[in-house]
Design a protein around this ligand. Structure first.
Ligand code: 13P
Length: 250
């Protein structure tokens, strides 16, 4: 049985003090939930949110990380810096990082391998653009991202790996993939994991859906056979919306 995993990606929103207040409200609503819950504030709010979620069931995540351990990387944040703030999860390969900051599959792969080697859980994001979907390239694009982004990842590390399928055209647009279309891509990803790592690892793997997940579509998405959670953007910035998504099965 896979445990549902609901994660909030706050993106570039909330100052440290806003984030502290918000995290306090979230803890009141969601500590002790029966699904796994993660929040990923911006780097500057990690410390304040860390102090609030410490000792609760809510897990702390970061939205990115440097591909190198330390040194001359102006503006970057290392895995050890995250671990020191009790961050346990890092989102890597988000489509905004790929599109705006030109992160390539091989660059993302360096980050994934370093994060896993450091003992961080990785939420590894994949997904096609609208143009790619309309030209029938979903399978090709998503499988290439999975193969290249996870190259040289070892079977023993898979328990710390989550994949998030986020169709780019559904992010922040209010358009969601139909539950059936999303599930078809989740199955494709799980089958690829099956080929690379075997049945047991593939069946245990958490595959989240992301892209305009809201309280009113969460239950239907989560009812699909291969959708095991959500990576939530906009709706994670409202305590009631995020709580309603996390309590989709209440
Ligand atoms: P929205 O939920 O705002 O569409 O964002 C999804 C996302 O990009 C989460 O990482």
């Amino acid at each position: 049985m896979r445990t549902y995993y609901i994660a909030g990606n706050w993106k570039m929103n909330m100052t440290a003090s806003e984030a502290r207040d918000f995290a306090q409200k979230l803890v009141k609503k969601l500590d002790g939930s029966d699904v796994k819950i993660m929040v990923a504030p911006p780097f500057t709010a990690l410390e304040s949110v860390s102090s609030i979620v410490r000792g609760t069931s809510i897990v702390l995540g970061a939205q990115n990380m440097c591909h190198k351990e330390s040194g001359a990387h102006t503006g970057e944040v290392s895995a050890d810096m995250l671990l020191d703030l009790d961050v346990s999860t890092v989102i890597l390969g988000h489509s905004e990082r790929r599109a705006i900051y030109k992160e390539t599959d091989s660059h993302i792969n360096e980050k994934v391998r370093l994060a896993l080697a450091k003992g961080l859980e990785v939420i590894f994001c994949v997904g096609e653009t609208l143009e790619e979907r309309e030209s029938g390239k979903v399978e090709d694009v998503v499988l290439t991202q999975v193969r290249e982004g996870l190259a040289s990842v070892e079977a023993s590390q898979l328990s710390s790996l989550v994949i998030a399928y986020e169709p780019v055209w559904a992010i922040g647009t209010g358009k969601t993939a139909t539950p059936e279309d999303a599930n078809a891509v989740h199955k494709l990803i799980r089958d690829e994991m099956r080929r690379s790592f075997g049945d047991e690892a593939a069946d245990a793997m958490i595959i989240q859906y992301g892209g305009s997940v809201k309280p009113d579509n969460a239950a239907e998405l989560m009812s699909q056979s291969d959708i095991d959670g959500a990576l939530v953007g906009g709706a994670s910035l409202d305590v009631d919306s995020f709580a309603a998504i996390a309590q989709f099965n209440a």
